[in-house]
Design a binder for this molecule. Sequence first.
Ligand SMILES: Cc1cc2nc3c(=O)[nH]c(=O)nc-3n(C[C@H](O)[C@H](O)[C@H](O)COP(=O)(O)OP(=O)(O)OC[C@H]3O[C@@H](n4cnc5c(N)ncnc54)[C@H](O)[C@@H]3O)c2cc1C
Length: 376
Amino acid sequence: MNSDDNAHAVEDFAVRAEAWLAANVPTRWREHRGALSNTEADEFRREWDRQLSAGGFAGLGLPKEFGGQGLGLAEEVVFHVLAAKAQAPDGLARVGKILTAPMLVSHGTEAQRAKYLPKILSGEEVWCQGFSEPGAGSDLAGVSTIARKTEGGYLISGRKTWTSFVQHASRCLVLAQTDRGAPRYKNLGMFLVDMNQPGVLVNDIKQISGAVHFAEVQFEDTFVAEDDRVGEEGDGWAIAMKVLTDERGGTETATRYVEIRADMDLLLASCAGRPELAGELEDLDIRTELLRWQLSKVVDLESGHGSEFWRAVSILKVLWSELWQDVARLGLRAMVPGDREHWRNQYLESKAVSIYSGTNEIQRNIISERVLRLPR
Ligand SMILES: Cc1cc2nc3c(=O)[nH]c(=O)nc-3n(C[C@H](O)[C@H](O)[C@H](O)COP(=O)(O)OP(=O)(O)OC[C@H]3O[C@@H](n4cnc5c(N)ncnc54)[C@H](O)[C@@H]3O)c2cc1C
């Protein structure tokens, strides 16, 4: 396809997606989201995963032979932008779709793909990501959870923390040591663990905003079959890096851009005529548009998948997370009477975004060492 055909294909997709979203985003979610109980909200989110699948909008970037739609990053970004504008629910299947599925395509066996991909894409199975531990977050290679060999598989023991979606998950992607004696980075394996079995204990963690997005998970001799190890023993670190790169890709930026733009428009409207805030508002407004530009640059670079693409992707997470925090901070400081609850919530929720998927300090280390090749 030449670039004109490509642009037309993306436009056609956008028209189809916009019409589908207009017909399918539940009115109750769009108009009364804040009044829903957590249980009701979760049911909307679970149902949304099923709707996406039925409508042909699940696994947009996944190759067709694996049950996906075989589209590119441009369509994925367009869909995320339109879904955020339509105020669609965020599904619960994020870890399965964004992390597990592409990992199984690149590193899984035929049997693993056949067993797991259909249920991930249909929204039937929710996954969580068991990487971080109380003693290993930024230093992920230091995980101490161990997978000991047993007949037919492994027994997993250890503590994972900050595990998002675990309350809904039936499967977990677990990074664990397979060989205590092997050198660092060569001593890890990646496992697909069934969470509905004895030896899995989940303790909720409440966030500063009052939400409960994650929990601590204790594995006590939890069985995982040999067939559910991804790659070989010792491949865990390389696979974890692939998973983390997918996690930091462009699609979350698309959603965040729309949310930040909406917050900026709210701020600009409510603070018009306040000269003391004018300079800061203009600065944040420019940064919001720079984010949009950077996102479109990533999409343009995708076909190359070269170093320029990864350079741009690495920078996105730092850009949007710090911008959202700064917008929320100004929103709180502006003290607009009717908007206080909104800004309080945004301020507290935005605290987490410079931490998850790797903290911004770690992102900056990656950008300086691996993208800019600066000396240590
Ligand atoms: C909302 C949310 C959801 C999450 N969901 C998941 C999940 O589903 N699964 C999962 O596995 N994890 C999840 N995490 C965990 C997240 O990946 C970790 O919190 C993150 O990697 C940081 O690890 P840590 O908390 O152990 O902090 P630490 O690694 O202890 O870091 C503490 C501070 O030291 C700084 N620091 C550490 N090392 C360096 C260095 N080399 N250079 C410069 N600064 C450094 C960090 O930037 C940070 O400011 C989630 C976190 C949040 C906030």
